[in-house]
Design a protein around this ligand. Structure first.
Ligand code: HEM
Length: 397
């Protein structure tokens, strides 16, 4: 490949996998547009980068969250953009609070909620599945984690939608900048109120646990806490929503697979793992090169940014035989869809739990899914891929 490819070209976003395969084959580490990022497309190279946070820094991309048009965006204070040792301290503090207790506490509630959501889906009528199904469990779980009551879940969803546009806003895009500033200010105000209330009257919930957490006698600072709550909003919602939308689409495309999962619901966790590998929501993760380095045959100068193409690594033929085939019997689980190394997804178990309970409920009620007349619409992003509109009908016959 001689000239730079544009990963945001509409044709590529429609189906990026053929281009990923070409990159793996002939230019496994190469500069792409937009922005001259170095795309890393092979499994082994992605793992190498993720194992070495000193040379391939997350902290180095923190300035992405500090553009001149906004001050104090809490994502800039989150552990996602920290390297060890700062990251290590924060991660151990939140690990304590975010352990198995979150899962145990949430499981019965998620199960009940999933059943209600699926019962409310009209049989045989086309609806937008993103709105009627995929977002429902993740938004309720997120609301619970950050202490935002159900009456404000619509706001929570709006804040997340506006803020996920953050990294694609240019210096001249004043209208979206204003929308983001307003959403950040509103979310911050609500989150601060929750923190204040839990400080005064702790409950059995994540924010109270975070306030109690100590490592070597040290607690989270108010800035750490706000950064973490914003990180949950950005990292925990859209990802899980896309996983569920992708799963519904897959079940629609493959009625035999849907029938098999209905007959053997114990295979649902394997279906989720293969979904994450084959069509997972996270396509790109960014790192900054702190010293000149050779990777995948390319020499990369210091200060350049890498785009780790997770969705390509997950289809690397050197790692997965016949990688484009969706294969429920593939040995698993595969964890790369959730990252690798120090930043390995904190919510991996929770995301799998949400997806399992939502799909169990869907498969217990409906026998097949069909496409609506209006075509699905897909988002445009280098880092996360999924439908923003998914017209589907669910049938009981
Ligand atoms: C980090 C994927 C759901 C919270 C990550 C990373 C990936 C990922 C690839 C690593 C980013 C990096 O290395 O820079 C996913 C996928 C999900 C999902 C595919 C769903 C299908 C969730 C959920 C939560 C969550 C439900 C919490 C509610 C986090 C946090 C981090 C993270 C806090 C940062 C960890 C750190 O920096 O140490 N996720 N995620 N994620 N994820 Fe997830």
């Amino acid at each position: 490949m001689s000239s730079r490819v544009n990963l945001l070209a509409p044709k590529v976003r429609m189906n990026p996998y053929p281009l990923y395969a070409e990159l793996r084959q002939s230019a496994p580490v190469s500069q792409v547009d937009p922005g001259g990022l170095w795309a890393v497309s092979r499994y082994a190279d992605v793992i190498t980068v993720m194992k070495n946070p000193q040379l391939f820094s997350s902290e180095g991309i923190r300035r992405t969250y500090r553009p001149p048009w906004i001050s104090n965006y809490p994502m800039a204070d989150s552990m996602l953009v920290m390297d060890p040792p700062h990251h290590t301290r924060l991660r151990s503090l939140v690990n304590r609070a975010f352990g198995a207790s979150v899962m145990t506490r949430l499981e019965p509630r998620i199960r009940e909620l999933a059943q209600q959501i699926v019962t409310a889906l009209p049989a045989g009528k086309t609806v937008d599945f993103v709105d009627a199904f995929s977002i429902r469990v993740p938004i309720a779980v997120l609301g619970d984690l950050v202490g935002i009551p159900p009456s404000l879940h619509a706001r929570l969803k709006q804040w997340a939608e506006v803020m996920t546009q953050f990294t694609s806003v240019g210096p001249e895009d004043t209208a979206p900048q204003e929308r983001i500033r307003a959403a950040v200010a509103e979310a911050r105000e609500h989150f601060e109120q929750v923190v204040e209330e839990r400080r005064r009257a702790p409950r059995e919930d994540l924010v109270s646990d975070l306030l109690r957490a100590r490592v070597d006698g040290e607690a989270l600072t108010p800035v750490d806490l706000m950064g973490f709550m914003f990180l949950l909003l950005i990292g925990g919602l859209e990802t899980t929503v896309h996983l569920l939308s992708g799963s519904a689409l897959k079940l629609q495309e493959d009625p035999a697979l849907m029938a098999r999962l209905r007959a053997e619901p114990e295979l649902i966790p394997r279906f989720i793992d293969e979904m994450l590998r084959h069509s997972g929501p996270v396509h790109g993760v960014v790192r900054l090169v702190t010293d000149e380095v050779e990777l995948g045959g390319a020499r990369i100068p210091r200060g350049e940014r890498l785009l780790l193409l997770m969705a390509s690594a997950n289809r690397d033929e050197a790692q997965f035989p016949d990688p484009d085939r969706f294969d429920l019997d593939r040995p698993g689980p595969q964890n790369l869809p959730f990252g690798h190394g120090v930043h390995f997804c904190l919510g991996a178990q929770l995301a799998r739990l949400e997806a399992r309970l939502a799909l169990e409920a869907l498969l217990a009620r409906f026998t097949r899914l069909s496409l609506g007349e209006e075509p699905a619409r897909w988002n445009v992003s280098l880092v996360i891929r999924g439908p923003t509109l998914l017209p589907l009908a669910a049938h009981t016959d």
